[in-house]
Design a protein around this ligand. Structure first.
Ligand code: CAA
Length: 284
């Protein structure tokens, strides 16, 4: 299964990053979002990221322009007709995702793979909304996409072997490492990461230590590049809460109960870096 033309649906931080790494690897990419303002923000982010590589002397200005020229921004979902793979990176909401996959299933050519960058929603359930569940797969990139080496590839119940292999080979062409995971709540990445972040929040909630102290322990003691509370702010506290709720509901096990302090911050709109405030305060 040869992948040549790529479509990414959703031009937010993850979708833009996914489009960028494909264009840098030489693929023609259609980057889709519902409105031109979102597309412009996504394209500006990509340009900013690649400009940094030009400033560092790793790319020439011509190479940057060639990469950007390989990305076609579009608000027209019918562009799916020309894609070998469509990677969805829209809002983490099952109803929105299944509605999109129904449309993509209708518009994409029969051979096309439909991949989701969901961080925790069941691939099997997304696949069941289509008439091609064997061609639906999870392709979970990590944030920031251009930097992080992992692509967690999630096999839904029906995902075909050749689809898994094609997507793993694609990750290799992006200079990333594919890791195969079966479809259970949180997959591996968020099943391990989020309870650690949630426990870090409990230590603050129970007055064991300050956010700074918790982060310092994990950075200096465990060599984590960011402490768990800085990382939670970076990911978004709403996303962390959503994933904890998915784990709690999916396993029916109270060991995954979200910390009340996490709920309180989300209710307050303290969503982390993107909101200017989470466990820390960020100057714009
Ligand atoms: N986009 C693109 N590149 C970025 C970037 C961004 N947002 N942020 C940093 N970089 C690049 C920098 O340009 C720099 O590149 P070079 O080394 O090539 O010059 C490099 O990353 C290192 O950046 P800095 O020196 O500025 O900062 P740092 O050393 O602290 O690294 C970091 C920043 C890479 C984000 C690092 O702190 C890190 O690895 N943090 C942990 C990130 C992580 O755990 N991500 C997974 C989140 S969970 C997830 O994504 C899954 C989910 O479903 C929630």
């Amino acid at each position: 299964m040869k992948i040549k033309d790529v479509m990414v649906v959703g031009a937010g931080q993850m979708g833009a990053g996914i489009a960028q790494v494909h264009a840098q690897a030489g693929f023609a990419v259609v980057l889709h979002d519902m409105d031109n303002a979102s597309l412009s923000r996504g394209m500006e982010g990509i340009r900013r990221n690649i400009s940094r590589q030009v400033e560092k002397g790793r790319l020439t200005a011509e190479e940057m322009e060639a990469i950007l020229a390989r990305i076609t921004p579009s608000t027209d979902l019918k562009q799916a007709a020309g894609a070998d793979i469509i990677i969805e990176a829209i809002v983490e909401n099952m109803a929105s995702k299944t509605a999109l996959f129904v449309e993509l299933d209708r518009l994409a050519p029969p051979h096309a793979i439909l991949a989701s960058n969901t961080s925790s929603l069941p691939i099997t359930e997304i696949a069941a909304a289509t008439k091609r569940p064997e061609k639906v797969v999870g392709m979970h990139f990590m944030n920031p996409v251009p930097v992080m080496k992992l692509v967690e590839i999630i096999r839904g119940l029906a995902t075909a072997d050749d689809v898994y292999e094609a997507v793993a080979a694609l990750a290799g062409r992006l200079q990333k490492t594919a890791v195969e995971v079966n479809d259970f709540p949180g997959f591996v990445s968020n099943r391990v990461l989020m309870p650690m972040i949630n426990e870090a929040i409990y230590t603050v909630y129970e007055g064991v230590a300050s956010p700074e102290a918790v982060d310092e322990v994990m950075k200096l003691g465990m060599n984590h590049p960011m402490g768990p509370l800085t990382l939670a702010d970076f990911i978004g506290l709403d996303t962390c809460l959503f994933i904890m709720e998915t784990l709690h509901e999916g396993f029916g096990d109270d060991k995954y109960r979200p910390c009340p302090l996490l709920r309180k911050y989300v209710k307050a709109g303290w969503l982390g870096k993107k909101a200017g405030r989470g466990f820390y305060i960020y100057e714009s």
